[in-house]
Design a protein around this ligand. Structure first.
Ligand SMILES: Cc1cc2nc3c(=O)[nH]c(=O)nc-3n(C[C@H](O)[C@H](O)[C@H](O)COP(=O)(O)O)c2cc1C
Length: 349
């Protein structure tokens, strides 16, 4: 059994949130049904939804988010279903509230420090709060702030490895893939910090580059209490992305995966073979920021780079020519589209 706050999953596995409806209700529901923790990601969830009419992004975001949670619970009524909400989103606060209304049992927050999260969720004390940190310092800052202001500690911490994880990364570009970062030393140091400072056993979950049973066993042997895996779940039938998005994983080679600077001001990891087209698309379409989806965005402010949410949304819908395909360093290992159950059988069977 894997305890996360007041909730228990059969297996120590969280399916990482993947924005823009790559982990929607279908994937999250099936992961929860198989005994993991399934996460619906909030980022850009309005985009490919029936609720969005081109003008009501924030309202549609909340409606679409709750709708995906409903879908997930229809698949796994007793499952541990939660959400991923990026702190960098303009509507971070209403999305957290909507997650609670939608019955999320776990809220995972990265892409910024979720310093006010316990305040936003004070009316729902059973919801487990799980920050993502890529350094001991970030985990300490969050824990000390929460404890001081709200007398609450995280229910778990996800330690995300910027050298391997997909999507936006919590480390400066120049510090990524330098060989300096030690994922499991960070996991153990975060664990030890909670023991020393609060005499608390807080589950620490390793994320980034975990693909197969060997990786899972290594993570547990190195001191992690569980793992968060995202890229591995893309090539499943249940993943909410278009087939062409999954095929981009099947086709990509190791050397096609790399780093880019997102207009969010964070580095990101993606398939880079079509990256020139991503920027060109906005130039050709004379795109301007319509959604205002991020608190800070260099595209919104000065037209620099490209519109990230539109680029990710195009890929999710199957336009992998001009869309941006986020992925972890292991995505090239995908060799077929299977089921979520097959992934669990391989990992835990
Ligand atoms: C397509 C894709 C989209 C992602 N979107 C988000 C997101 O919206 N929020 C977030 O916190 N992390 C996001 N991530 C990061 C994952 O949740 C996860 O922590 C990371 O990818 C783990 O590494 P792995 O893909 O090697 O398993 C995304 C990753 C991928 C591959």
């Amino acid at each position: 059994m894997f305890r996360i706050g007041k909730h228990e999953a059969r297996f120590p596995l969280i399916q990482g949130g993947m924005g823009v409806r790559i982990s929607g209700g279908n994937l999250a529901g099936h992961v929860a049904k198989c005994g993991g923790v399934g996460l619906v990601a909030a980022a850009g969830i309005a985009m490919n939804s029936v609720f969005y009419n081109g003008k009501n992004f924030f309202q549609a975001d909340l409606e679409a988010f709750k709708e995906e949670l409903r879908k997930a619970y229809a698949i796994a009524p007793d499952g541990v279903i939660g959400v991923n909400v990026m702190v960098a989103l303009s509507d971070f606060e209403p999305l957290v509230k909507a997650a609670i209304e939608g019955g999320a049992k776990v809220i995972v927050c990265g892409a910024g420090l979720p310093l006010s999260l316990p305040e936003l969720t004070a009316h729902a004390p059973d919801v487990a709060l799980v920050p993502i940190a890529s350094s001991v310092r970030a985990a300490q800052l969050i824990a000390r702030t929460w404890e001081k202001r709200y007398h609450r500690l995280p229910d778990a911490v996800v330690v995300e490895d910027p050298d391997t994880a997909g999507g936006h990364l919590g480390e400066k570009l120049e510090n990524i893939a330098t060989g300096d970062y030690d994922q499991y030393a960070t996991v153990r140091a975060v664990k030890q910090f909670f023991r020393d400072e609060y005499q608390a056993e807080i589950p620490v979950i390793a994320a980034g580059g975990i693909w197969d049973r060997k990786d899972l066993e290594e993570a547990l042997a190195e001191g992690a209490d569980g793992v968060q895996m995202a890229s591995r779940f893309v090539c499943t039938e249940e993943c909410d992305a278009d087939l062409a998005f999954k095929q981009a994983y099947l086709k990509c080679k190791k050397e096609d995966i790399g780093l880019l600077m997102s207009p969010a001001g964070l580095p990101g990891r993606a398939i880079l073979t079509n990256f020139d087209n991503v920027r060109q698309y906005d130039l050709d379409q004379h795109t301007v920021c319509r959604m205002n989806c991020l608190k800070k965005c260099s595209y919104k402010e000065s037209g620099e780079r490209f519109c990230i949410v539109s680029a990710l949304d195009r890929a999710q819908r199957g336009d992998v020519e001009s869309g941006l395909v986020f992925c972890g360093t292991n995505a090239w290992k995908a060799d077929h589209i299977g089921t979520v159950q097959e992934v669990f059988d391989e990992l835990f069977g």
